[in-house]
Design a protein around this ligand. Structure first.
Ligand SMILES: *Cc1c(COP(=O)(O)O)cnc(C)c1O
Length: 398
């Protein structure tokens, strides 16, 4: 039988009925610890009261008008995002891909305004920018391109964490207008570049008049221990996109820009019917309030360090561990072998995790965790990994 839902996701055989904090319950009443947050989305955990209240109140008044009108809470959200990011101006869409589409369109128009007819954006291998045609073309993963050629023109690709390669591309290509990178790769396996990566990219972009565009869809909104990951450095990008953690699960994406880039898109150049409607903006404002009030950025840094220490103590040096790395609450445990089946094994023990890039266990837990909850995730996952690929190499069946 053909499924009424197109088969674009390999779904695990579980459905959830409700959650609270980092706990979530399936329709049979079984409890799970959520160390994934629906892929870095529910950073405040499930059913956060501040979000519930803001959304309930807003939907009872007006949830959608149109960007044909003034939207006061969108204005407020843009002002607050500009204040925390150092950007000047925001465009709201409904997803990460849409935020990156806006950034790519902005870069192309920026190029055309400079008299460059075939503007090129430099992107990297191992990156993930979304599933729309432009963002999948930007994405550095063949599996995501496969079957959807012809890809969009106007992208040049360099290895990740390799500024020299980007400089080389620029020497031979006067059509380059921008560089688009993730500060830490998400789907690509939590790859953390050298600490001077963004700073050197900033210099290179300044020397050449290119826009530095950062995809903070996954790294943004406090997850790495700063509001945005570039804030671990002293630089400001020209364009920043974010989405996942911004409204704790209500669909929103934003493309923020600074300086000339902030005024490149003009009326009629771009749009999105639902983008930044009163409902999602109410949720995002509640998320920003909560992050500030509860000092969740500092907590993300503390919790991330605590979990890294915990995993290092439990697993560090084991023969089957290739690397344990983290950037705030983006944590990757790379095994020496593929381990995708750990996702189902973890599920069976009541733990939600993800495996990406074949052999990297990826954790994106909530910023609202207690120390005990963080420790519980560390101990349960460590135990599971040891059983999965322990000294006796025995493997349980699900
Ligand atoms: C998830 C993600 C996207 C795409 O976001 P969607 O909301 O799925 O369109 C883009 N870039 C990065 C870095 C992501 O992690």
């Amino acid at each position: 039988m053909i499924s009424p839902i197109m088969n674009t996701y390999k779904r695990l055989p579980v459905a959830f009925s409700h959650g609270k904090g980092i706990s979530i319950y399936d329709t049979d009443g079984n409890a799970y610890l959520d160390a994934l947050c629906g892929l870095a989305v529910t950073g405040l955990g499930h059913a956060h009261p501040a979000v519930t209240e803001a959304v309930s109140e807003q939907i009872g008044k007006v949830n959608h008008t149109s960007n044909l009108y003034q939207i006061p809470n969108q204005q407020e959200l843009a002002t607050r995002l500009a204040a925390v990011s150092g950007m000047d101006s925001c465009f709201f869409g409904n997803s990460g891909a849409e935020a990156n589409e806006a950034a790519i369109k902005l870069a192309r128009l920026y190029g055309h305004n400079k008299g460059i007819d075939l503007p090129t954006v430099i992107v990297t291998e191992g990156s993930f920018h979304g599933r729309t045609m432009a963002t999948l073309s930007a994405t550095g993963n063949r599996a995501i391109h496969q079957g959807f050629e012809p890809l969009l023109k106007g992208f040049a690709r360099a290895p990740y964490n390799d500024v020299a390669a980007i400089r080389e591309i620029g020497k031979n290509n006067s059509d380059v207008v921008a560089v688009l990178v993730e500060p830490v790769t998400g789907e690509g396996g939590i790859v953390i570049p050298d600490s001077n990566y963004l700073t050197e990219l900033r210099e290179l972009c300044d020397q050449n008049g290119w826009l530095l565009m950062l995809d903070e869809i996954q790294t943004g909104n406090g997850r790495t221990g700063k509001y945005f990951a570039y804030q671990h450095t002293n630089i400001l990008p020209d364009v920043v996109t974010t989405a996942k953690g911004l409204a704790n699960g209500l669909p929103i994406g934003v493309c923020m820009a600074r300086g000339d880039a902030a005024t490149t898109l003009k009326a009629g150049n771009h749009g999105s019917t639902y983008g930044g409607n009163p409902l999602v903006c109410a949720a995002a404002l509640a998320v920003m309030d909560t992050i500030e009030k509860d000092h969740l950025i500092e907590r993300a840094a503390e919790l991330g360090e605590r979990m890294l220490e915990g995993f290092n103590a439990e697993l560090g040096g084991a023969s089957y561990i290739k690397d344990i790395r983290g950037y705030g609450l983006m944590i990757g445990i790379e095994l020496t072998e593929p381990c995708a089946e750990l996702v189902s094994l973890a599920l069976a023990t009541g733990l939600l995790i993800n495996v990406t890039a074949g052999s990297v266990i990826r954790l994106l837990p909530a910023l609202i965790m207690s120390d005990d909850e963080a420790d519980e995730i560390v101990s349960r996952l460590s135990k599971l990994i040891k059983v999965y690929v322990g000294d006796d190499r025995s493997r349980p069946r699900v």
